[in-house]
Design a protein around this ligand. Structure first.
Ligand SMILES: Cc1cc2nc3c(=O)[nH]c(=O)nc-3n(C[C@H](O)[C@H](O)[C@H](O)COP(=O)(O)OP(=O)(O)OC[C@H]3O[C@@H](n4cnc5c(N)ncnc54)[C@H](O)[C@@H]3O)c2cc1C
Length: 363
């Protein structure tokens, strides 16, 4: 969920470089002074310093004014959505749905819809970048149901206290315009032929997984009918759980087809009479083991004695465990991201349960 930070890295590198640049200039200035006073200073060092300053100023200006792929992407209306330019979409609804949570509906004009026979329009899981016009930054968000039959995109948006784009999106009202670019593939799932797919989400990390389950199970559009999905989701409180119009159909599907979908909901704490069948606490090693039906000892356990509980996880099959949520949750479940939000190594609960790097994906 935090990969967008990688985009900020270049900005940080520039600011570090500019810091370093001034330190370099300062130390060369000091070195120049330590050589002792010269009654008639040669113009050469001054020319070098002026040249260095000019080059440095030029590079800094180029960074800020030269259009890069993200900040400089143009805005083009009346054309199909594309990752290479921003398309203005109109907000048609903005509904609060929990503390600091809103459900935003954006309308995609007919001429901006991807053609139905466009083979490049991705299957789940895909996201869009939303541009905050005030400060020219963009963040990825995942349309819950892709683009629906009415040409609408629904985003479940969390507002963080000091967050930029989430706070900006929460101020948007019907008829406001929002610029987006995409689709961008978040996780390719088509034709993967997985037997077990375990989805572990925290907060709005639910959205990418809902898009996949909506497409594959609720709409039954996936050719892989043998895949069994397990969604393990956690929110801080009951009120911060996904909106019921998305949660309820999944709960009903899981009850009807337990061989296709298992659904487990965790919250830190809940009232005496909760709205759903909830489990208390965070998602850790024991919770994952119980939810997916792994035997004691985890995935690699050699303890397969007839009288010991075996669980029903197809541990030798083709498996994907995808994790999406706040960074501390990703780290606790699957180990931290690597450099620049690469996958890093396996850690946390999944490492303890014996999962391998190629079976895990941190969104
Ligand atoms: C593929 C993908 C899909 C996403 N889909 C959605 C979505 O559908 N809905 C949605 O709300 N978000 C989604 N996100 C997260 C979203 O892109 C932003 O990272 C998030 O909304 C915060 O952005 P911001 O500009 O509001 O805050 P920032 O300005 O980025 O952050 C400000 C502060 O908030 C904290 N913060 C940022 N993100 C988190 C977090 N996840 N948990 C806890 N603290 C955080 C930061 O540490 C910082 O202190 C998705 C991310 C990815 C990578």
């Amino acid at each position: 969920m935090a990969k967008h930070v990688a985009q900020l890295t270049s900005a940080r590198i520039v600011s570090c470089l500019s810091g370093q640049g001034s330190r370099v200039l300062l130390s060369s200035f000091r070195r120049h002074n330590t050589t002792g006073p010269s009654p008639t200073p040669s113009p050469k060092p001054r020319r070098i310093a002026a040249f260095t300053l000019t080059v440095f100023a030029g590079l800094t200006a180029a960074y800020f004014f030269w259009p890069d792929r993200h900040r400089g992407a143009p805005t083009i209306a009346h054309q199909p959505l594309s990752p290479t330019y921003f398309t203005p979409l109109t907000v048609i609804a903005s509904e609060p749905c929990g503390p600091s949570l809103k459900l935003l509906t954006l309308h995609v004009p007919l001429e901006c819809l991807p053609s139905t026979d466009d083979p490049t329009f991705p299957l789940p899981i895909w996201s869009i970048y939303v541009k905050d016009d005030d400060i020219q930054v963009e963040r990825p968000y995942t349309p819950l149901e892709g683009i629906d039959a009415d040409g609408n995109i629904k985003l479940w948006v969390k507002k963080y206290q000091h967050g930029e784009v989430g706070r900006w999106l929460h101020t948007k009202k019907p008829e406001d315009q929002i610029e987006v670019r995409g689709p961008l593939i978040t996780l390719p799932t088509h034709g993967k032929d997985w037997e077990e797919v375990v989805l572990i989400s925290g907060g709005t990390g639910f959205s990418p997984f809902y898009q996949l389950l909506h497409h594959s199970l609720l709409q039954d559009l996936s050719p892989d009918k043998q895949t069994r999905y397990t969604l393990i989701h956690c929110s801080r409180t009951q009120d911060e759980l996904p909106p019921s119009q998305y949660l309820q159909p999944l709960l009903e599907y899981a009850e009807r087809y337990p061989e296709r979908l298992r659904l487990h909901l965790f919250v830190d704490d809940f009232p005496e009479k909760p709205r759903y069948d909830l489990k208390r606490g965070k998602i850790g090693t024991q919770e994952i083991q119980d939810c997916i039906g792994l035997p004691p000892g985890g995935r690699q356990s050699w303890l397969r004695l007839p009288w010991s509980p075996q669980g029903d996880f197809r541990r030798d099959g083709k498996i994907l465990v995808a994790v999406c949520g706040p960074e501390p949750m990703i780290a606790a479940v699957a180990g931290p991201y690597g450099r620049n939000y690469s996958q890093g190594s396996v850690g946390g609960a999944l490492a303890q349960l014996g999962f391998k790097l190629e079976e895990i994906y941190k969104l």
